[in-house]
Design a protein. Structure first.
Length: 381
């Protein structure tokens, strides 16, 4: 360690955003419930899955959360070494569970290898060929979201497409945070509105002028399409910047935001639903963050643990579903049992695999800096 680093003042401890950590678990469970229902392991009324848009709106909430919390924790990010440590921290958080998801997903790939009907229904593959190797390469390099072919982005671990988006966002974040930090609040608001409107126009073009088999992918999974959600998360932090919000005003705004989100989810006036929801997600995140140390059921110890394990839950649940299908878990009560078991598995993975490996990678690869940038990671920081 350098002399400057040894003499550095203690790292700033920013207040943890515990309510956002609990919110992450709810978002992850929306995706899990959708996939367990779509695969037939559990049965819920169709309107529930439709309201969740098969989990797609929850993933957009993840992207907004990611932008907000990264801006909150790395608001002063600048300089070569801090940027290096930022990227190390992102890799340490993401990659160990990516590899575990591929390993579990390999069980399903091997099982379906000699079963063409399963290859087609599970992975959109008509036969086991070099496409599986290409798909594996995309999974290992976290690029599946850039490939508009189901046969390449569905094998091994389908939900990993969102990791392609996150890695893209992480690459841009050091530049984005400099811009948003320098801009005035009115400029930030105009920029956020412009990006959101541009996303809507892009979606409209894809819907009307691109064949459905390609346009649907570009709307649902393409990283460039979802950049607006990450940007709105950063903008939400910059517009709020930790300023207190009157408790009564916050309560009224929170109730109105939730009512608007539920109305859009049930009514679905615009498709995809995540587009009109994104600004509301940004407002929801600010209102929950502004609670500070005020009590919230989202910040209960059990919700904090489940929220911290939500990344493992999100990335491992579908490979585990294939295992459940392989061993013949019947739909109905047994499906609910294995879904609960999946949540418990995510807690175990977080406690004994994800968190220790994250610390190990950061210790080995991070470089000492005069001013430490790290804080407790919450809500996907």
């Amino acid at each position: 360690m350098t002399r400057a680093a040894q003499q550095a003042p203690p790292a700033e401890r920013r207040p943890s955003l515990d309510s956002l950590t609990g919110l992450r678990f709810l978002a992850a469970m929306a995706v899990v419930l959708s996939h367990f229902t779509e695969t037939g392991l559990v049965q819920v009324d169709s309107w529930v899955v439709n309201a969740l848009d098969s989990g797609r709106t929850a993933v957009s909430l993840f992207f907004v959360l990611s932008g907000f919390v990264l801006a909150y924790n790395y608001r002063e990010l600048a300089g070569r070494v801090p940027r290096w440590n930022f990227y190390v921290a992102r890799l340490a958080r993401i990659y160990p569970v990516v590899l575990l998801g591929i390993a579990i997903g390999a069980l399903g790939v091997v099982y379906a290898w000699t079963r063409p009907n399963l290859l087609l229904s599970w992975f959109a593959l008509e036969s086991a060929d070099l496409g599986l190797l290409a798909s594996l390469g995309a999974q290992l390099t976290m690029t599946t979201g850039w490939l508009p072919f189901a046969a390449l982005n569905q094998p091994w671990n389908g939900p990993a497409w969102s990791i392609s988006c996150e890695m893209f966002f992480y690459a841009l974040f050091p530049l984005l945070i400099i811009w948003f930090r320098r801009w005035s609040r009115p400029t930030v608001a105009v920029a956020a509105l412009t990006v959101w409107v541009a996303q809507g126009l892009w979606i409209a073009v894809l819907t009307h002028y691109v064949p459905a088999n390609r346009g649907g992918f570009l709307i649902a999974q393409f990283p460039l399409t979802h950049l607006a959600e990450f940007v709105l998360g950063i903008a939400a932090w910059r517009l709020w910047s930790g300023n207190p919000i009157d408790r009564r005003i916050r309560g009224i705004a929170l109730a109105g935001t939730m009512a608007a989100l539920v109305t859009i989810a049930l009514w679905a006036p615009i498709s995809p639903a995540y587009w009109p929801m994104t600004p509301l997600f940004a407002l929801l995140v600010v209102l929950l963050a502004a609670r500070g140390k005020a009590r919230s059921w989202l910040a209960l110890p059990v919700m904090l643990l489940l929220g911290e394990a939500s990344y493992s839950l999100y990335l491992l649940h579908l490979p585990l579903v294939r295992v459940y299908e392989m061993v013949g878990v019947p739909p109905g009560p047994a499906g609910w049992v294995v879904m609960a078991a999946t949540v418990l598995i995510s807690v175990v993975v977080f406690t004994w695999y994800e968190a220790p490996l994250r610390r190990f990678i950061r210790r080995r690869l991070a470089r000492p800096t005069p001013t430490a940038m790290t804080t407790r990671e919450v809500a996907g920081s």
